[in-house]
Ligand binder design. Structure first.
Ligand code: AMP
Ligand code: MG
Length: 501
C-alpha cells in the first residue's frame, strides 16, 4: 500500500463527536476525472502526479477512501426562504477530512454527490455533471476576482446516471473550504436547546477562524462580530461584481466568510437591483439588491443561537445585556457593509479617499444611470476605465443614446480633479481601474453552453476554454473577446437558474 496522498488532521471528527454521522461514500461504476485543479492542489501541498490520474479518479469519485480520511456527514439545520428546517445536514456530501497546507492554513476536503447519508431524507445523495462543473466555474471565477470562496479540487464522473427532470450523467465534486461551519450548524443545536453543544461548536469555530479570541471573556459576542464583519466584506464584494448567490439560506452562509454552495447563482448582466434568476425564488427574497438585508437577517439568526452563551459571559454587565449587545452587532452590520461597499466602489471609480457622502452619492448616481439605461454591469465599469484613460467612446456606446452618461462623467471628472496632490495621471488611473473592474465574468449563457456540452455531449472543451478565460478576469486579450459580450437581451430576459440538486 502506498502512503496516503493526504496528511489528514481531522479536528472535526475528533473534537466534535455528536455533531455528525460517520458514513462511507457510495461506490460508482466508472470513475473518471473530468476536472482537476492543479493550482489548488499545489497550494494545498498535494502531489498532482498522484492525484491527477486513476488513483485521483478513484478517490474523488468516492471509490477509494484515502488512508487517514474519516468520512462523515455534518449535522446542520437552516432557515430556507425564511422558514426553519430543524434538520438538514449533509444529505449528499461527506467531509473526508482536513489538511494543513504548506503555509499553515487548515482546510476541509469534502465530497459532494457521494451518495446517501443519514441526512439524505428523500434525496438520492447524488449530483450531476452540470451543477458540479458549475461549482468549479463560479468558484474559480470568484477566487480569481479575489472573493473569498470554497473551491473545487476535482470533479469525477461516476459512469452512472442520476435522475432529475431527465436522465443526467453523474459526478462527484471535491470541495475545499476553510471550514464547512454554517450559521445552520449553530441553529441545529440551538433549536434542540443543547447549549453545551452550541458552546463547544462556538469554541471550535473560534479555534479555527478567530484563534486570537480563544479564552477571552466576551468571546461569543466577539465571534458574532467577526462573522458579521466577514460577511459584510463578502457581500460588498459580491455586490461590486454583480454576483447573485440565489439561495442565501442560513445553511448556505459560512462562519469563515467564504462564499459557499453555488446552486442557482448568476452574475448580473444589465444592471437591475431587483434581478433574480433562481427558478425557486418566486418572491425575489434573494434578489441582487436584497443580499445585504438577507445577510443581516441570517446573522440575527446566528445571534439568537449565541445569546445564552453571551448571557453567561464573565463580564457581568455585558451578560445582563446580552440581547442589547448582540443587537448592537446586528445593527452595526449595515454600516460595516456600507463602508466595505464604498471602499470597493471607490477603487472601481478610480477614486482615492475623499468625502464619503459625496462619493457615495456619486457611486449611487452611476448605478442609477446603469439601471435607467439597462447597461451591462461588468462592461459599464470596465469601460469607465477607458474613460479614465481619455476615451469615452467605448462607454458611451453601451448606452442607447451616447450622450446619456455625459453629465455624470463631467461630475466624476470634477471629483477626480479634486484629488489634488493625490491625483493620478489618467493612464495610470485607467490601469488601476482595470485591475479592479473585470472584463471576463462567467456569463450565464457561456456557463450554460459549457455545461450543456459537458453534460450532453461529454465535450469538455467549452468548459476548459471558459475556465481558462475566467481565471484571468482582468485581461482584455483577443482570445477573451467572445467571453466579454453579454447575451442577447432576449436570452437574458428569460434566463433562469435551477437548483439542479
Ligand atoms: P442545498 O440546496 O444544496 O443547499 O441543499 C439543501 C439540503 O438538501 C442539504 O441538507 C443537502 O444536503 C440536501 N440535498 C440536496 N440535494 C440532495 C440530494 N440529491 N440527496 C440528498 N440530499 C440532498
Ligand atoms: Mg447548501
Amino acid at each position: 500500500m502506498t502512503a496516503s496522498p493526504f496528511r489528514f488532521n481531522n479536528t472535526y471528527a475528533r473534537e466534535l463527536q455528536g455533531f455528525y454521522a460517520p458514513a462511507q461514500p457510495a461506490s460508482v461504476p466508472a470513475p473518471s476525472l473530468l476536472f482537476f485543479n492543479q493550482a489548488l492542489a499545489l497550494d494545498l501541498g498535494l502531489d498532482p502526479q498522484v492525484l491527477n490520474g486513476p488513483e485521483g479518479a478513484a478517490i474523488f469519485a468516492g471509490n477509494q477512501v484515502p488512508e487517514g480520511a474519516e468520512p462523515l456527514a455534518q449535522a446542520y439545520a437552516g432557515h430556507q426562504f425564511g422558514g426553519f428546517s430543524p434538520q438538514l445536514g449533509d444529505g449528499r456530501a461527506l467531509l473526508l477530512g482536513e489538511v494543513t497546507d504548506p503555509s499553515g492554513r487548515h482546510r476541509d476536503l469534502m465530497l459532494k454527490g457521494s451518495g446517501r447519508t443519514p441526512f439524505s431524507r428523500g434525496g438520492d445523495g447524488k449530483a450531476a455533471v452540470g451543477p458540479m462543473l458549475r461549482e468549479v466555474l463560479i468558484g474559480e471565477a470568484m477566487h480569481a476576482l479575489g472573493i473569498p470562496t470554497t473551491r473545487a479540487l476535482a470533479v469525477a464522473g461516476t459512469g452512472e446516471a442520476v435522475y432529475r427532470e431527465r436522465r443526467l450523467p453523474g459526478a462527484v465534486l471535491t470541495r475545499v473550504a476553510a471550514s464547512h461551519l454554517r450559521v445552520g450548524t449553530f441553529e441545529f443545536f440551538a433549536a434542540r436547546g443543547d447549549i453545551n453543544r452550541v458552546r463547544q461548536l462556538a469554541d471550535y469555530a473560534i479555534a479555527r477562524h478567530d484563534p486570537d479570541l480563544a479564552g477571552t471573556s466576551n468571546r461569543y459576542l466577539a465571534l458574532l462580530r467577526r462573522v458579521a464583519q466577514r460577511q459584510a466584506a463578502l457581500i460588498a464584494q459580491w455586490m461590486n461584481v454583480g454576483f447573485i448567490h440565489g439561495v442565501m439560506n442560513t445553511d448556505n452562509m459560512t462562519i469563515s466568510g467564504e462564499t459557499i454552495d453555488y446552486g442557482p447563482c448568476a452574475f448580473m448582466e444589465a444592471y437591475d437591483p431587483r434581478a433574480v434568476f433562481s427558478s425557486i425564488d418566486q418572491g425575489g427574497r434573494y434578489a441582487y439588491g436584497n443580499q445585504p438585508l438577507i445577510a443581516r437577517w441570517n446573522l440575527a439568526r446566528l445571534a439568537e443561537t449565541l445569546l445564552p452563551l453571551i448571557a453567561e459571559g464573565e463580564d457581568k454587565e455585558a451578560a445582563a445585556n446580552a440581547v442589547a449587545r448582540a443587537t448592537e452587532v446586528i445593527d452595526a452590520f449595515p454600516g460595516w457593509y456600507a463602508t466595505a461597499l464604498l471602499d470597493g466602489q471607490r477603487a472601481k471609480l478610480g477614486l482615492q479617499g475623499g468625502d464619503e457622502t459625496a462619493d457615495r452619492a456619486l457611486a449611487e448616481k452611476w448605478l442609477a444611470l446603469l439601471h435607467e439605461h439597462r447597461v451591462d454591469f461588468t462592461l459599464g465599469w470596465r469601460r469607465l476605465a477607458d474613460a479614465a484613460g481619455g476615451d469615452d467612446a467605448p462607454l458611451r456606446s453601451l448606452f442607447p443614446h451616447p450622450e446619456a452618461p455625459d453629465a455624470w462623467l463631467a461630475r466624476w471628472r470634477s471629483r477626480l480633479e479634486g484629488e489634488g496632490e493625490q491625483a493620478l495621471d489618467g493612464m495610470e488611473r485607467a490601469e488601476r481601474m482595470r485591475r479592479v473592474n473585470p472584463v471576463v465574468i462567467p456569463r450565464n449563457h457561456r456557463v450554460e453552453e459549457a455545461l450543456a456540452a459537458a453534460s450532453d455531449q461529454a465535450d469538455l472543451v467549452p468548459f476548459q476554454r471558459l475556465l481558462s478565460a475566467i481565471r484571468r478576469p482582468y485581461d482584455e486579450t483577443p482570445d477573451h473577446a467572445e467571453y466579454t459580450e453579454p447575451a442577447r437581451a432576449e436570452v437574458t430576459a428569460c434566463y433562469q437558474t435551477f437548483c439542479g440538486t
